[in-house]
Each structure stands twice: as C-alpha cells, then as structure tokens.
Design a protein around this ligand. Structure first.
Ligand SMILES: [Zn+2]
Ligand SMILES: [Zn+2]
Length: 147
C-alpha cells in the first residue's frame, strides 16, 4: 500500500521511503520530527541514517505527500497530507501539537479576506501556549537562547 502511494506520487520505491511512509501512516501523533522518525527506525532495527531520513522527508514534501511545519521553538515536524484543512495549537514547552478546525474561525477568516478584497488560497493559524499536561517536561527548552 505504501508502494502504490510512492508510485502515485512519482517516487521510486526504495526501502527507506517505504519504512518512513509506514511510520508516518501509523503514527498516533500526526506530527513527527525527523529525529523521532529516525529513533523509531532504530528501534525497529532499520539501518537508515538521520541524513537519509531528512532527504526522504524533503522528497516527500516535494512530492506533496507530507507537509512540513516550523513551529516556533521546536524542530520542524512533518505530517502526512491527508487532504482537508486543520489548524494547530502547540505547546511552547514540550512541543505537543494538537489539531483543530473551528467553523466560526474559518468563516471569520473568509469574511475578513472578502472585506479586504481577497479570495483565500491558503491560511495557517497556529496558537502557541503552555499545555496543562502533567507530563509536560517544563525544562526541555531553555528560555535563554533567543534568536
Ligand atoms: Zn496537523
Ligand atoms: Zn507541554
């Protein structure tokens, strides 16, 4: 099934591509960094280097299979293109990502664009917060490194 998807996307079927696509499709958390994928490959005993993971993800992005997000303060994360729009809320401490779609927000954006003479082609709304998850590791990111 991954094989067909790769072919449909115009990519040659290689082991790293199949394995990485598998991980993205089975992931409970839809937003994975290259390192998270690399670690899962290691655990599964696959000898695929981090550089290859980055390369494959970039190829997937180019082929429209995945979307890359650069959430503030976090590593880039990748998610499968599943069609259908959604927005994100991100924890600035632990990087936890949740997805949401709110019809009222969507409608307001359409109205705002309309009033200003635009037809929306795309939009991205990201809410940054601190999650209330007790497991949120508050000390993984230092506030020192401002860029
Ligand atoms: Zn998402
Ligand atoms: Zn958190």
């Amino acid at each position: 099934m991954e094989t067909q998807e790769l072919k449909k996307a115009g990519l040659k079927v290689t082991l790293p591509r199949v394995k990485i696509l598998e991980i993205l499709e089975r992931a409970e958390d839809h937003h994975l960094s290259a390192e998270m994928i690399y670690r899962q490959l290691l655990e599964a005993g696959e000898e695929i280097g981090l550089a290859t993971v980055y390369r494959v993800l970039t190829q997937f992005e180019g082929a429209g299979l995945v979307n890359r997000h650069h959430f503030e303060g976090n590593q880039a994360v990748f998610e499968l293109e599943r069609g259908g729009h959604h927005d994100h809320i991100v924890c600035v401490k632990c990087g936890r990502v949740e997805e949401f779609v709110d019809p009222v927000i969507e409608e307001r954006q359409r109205a705002i664009a309309e009033e200003r003479g635009f037809r929306i082609k795309d939009h991205a709304l990201i809410i940054y917060g601190e999650c209330k998850d007790e497991a949120c590791p508050y000390d993984t990111h230092t506030d020192e490194d401002d860029d």
